[in-house]
Ligand binder design. Structure first.
Ligand code: NAP
Length: 253
């Protein structure tokens, strides 16, 4: 049997872990890691990497057929709703198997003061009803860009990997960087910037969880943006689970 040709839709740490595991265990497989291109400096992998959108569902269908793909793994971020929808539709059209690699969501723990909201817009509405909040926006610069008008008169603190591509309103603070893994560093950041509320998406995972612990320790309220609903499809929560599920899917019947 020819070696499988796998498209991994990347953009999450789990996609990287999956690529590393596949490289170790199935070095003969043809794996392509696909990125949207939102981050300019991507660390290389041993596999082929392609960067940029496919051109909607039709473009993805063409790509999958051209590359004679056997399996698609959607390992995009839990909030990459459009890519996830497109992957589901393109796999329906081509009849290809699709696996979703999706890490579990965060849940509140004792001492947490979370308010779950359905969208970033709902979080903004809530902030606008508060007296002089100083929110820490840990939701990504592109998401912030869509709501900057509504938030302009608040003294927001924004952290993002890449510089915002909108004019920073007066009174805002931009911090360049990724989420810190250290709870102490996150606590210091929140305290140093006199943050009153943490606004975050329910991304799950460990990479961005330290700010939640820091918020708990400081007694700060968190506005937790719930995950968008997704099409129904087979799921794995870890890279290890995904490799096993891929083997099951690819096994000859
Ligand atoms: P999105 O809204 O779901 O996707 C927008 C468009 O970007 C898609 O229609 C597709 O373009 C292209 N795209 C997205 N992921 C792609 C991939 N892995 N490979 C090739 N094209 C891709 O996604 P987003 O929320 O803008 O996020 C963009 C990327 O950043 C995603 O890969 C995601 O995993 C990652 N990310 C997102 C978040 C977040 O909070 N949304 C956080 C961290 C990382 P075409 O229609 O032209 O194919």
């Amino acid at each position: 049997m020819a070696e499988p040709r796998v498209l991994v839709l990347a953009g999450s740490p789990e996609a990287r872990r999956l690529a590393a595991l596949l490289e170790e265990r199935h070095p003969d497989w043809h794996v392509t890691l696909s990125y949207a291109g939102a981050i300019s400096a991507l660390a290389p992998t041993g596999y082929h990497m392609r960067i940029g959108g496919f051109g909607g569902v039709d473009g993805l269908v063409d790509w999958l057929r051209r590359e004679q793909t056997s399996l698609v793994v959607d390992a995009t971020h839990p909030f990459a709703r459009q890519m996830t929808r497109h992957a589901a539709e393109a796999c329906r059209v081509t009849g290809l198997p699709l696996l979703r690699l999706l890490r579990p969501a965060w849940g509140p723990e004792a001492g947490d003061d979370w308010t779950e909201v359905a969208s970033t817009g709902a979080a903004v509405d809530l902030l606008l009803g508060l007296e002089a909040p100083r929110p820490f926006l840990a939701i990504g610069r592109q998401e912030v860009a869509q709501h900057v008008g509504g938030l302009a008169h608040l003294a927001c603190v924004l952290r993002s990997i890449e510089a915002p591509d909108f004019a920073l309103p007066d009174g805002w603070t931009w911090l360049q960087g990724r989420p810190d893994l250290s709870e102490e560093a996150e606590r210091r950041l929140l305290a140093d910037h006199a943050v009153t509320h943490v606004v975050t998406k329910n991304s799950g995972g460990t990479g961005a969880a330290a700010k939640l612990v820091a918020a708990r320790q400081l007694g700060l309220p968190v506005l937790m943006i719930a995950r968008p609903p997704e099409p129904d499809m087979p799921r794995a929560e870890t890279a290890e689970e995904a490799v096993n599920a891929m083997l099951r899917i690819l096994a000859p019947v």
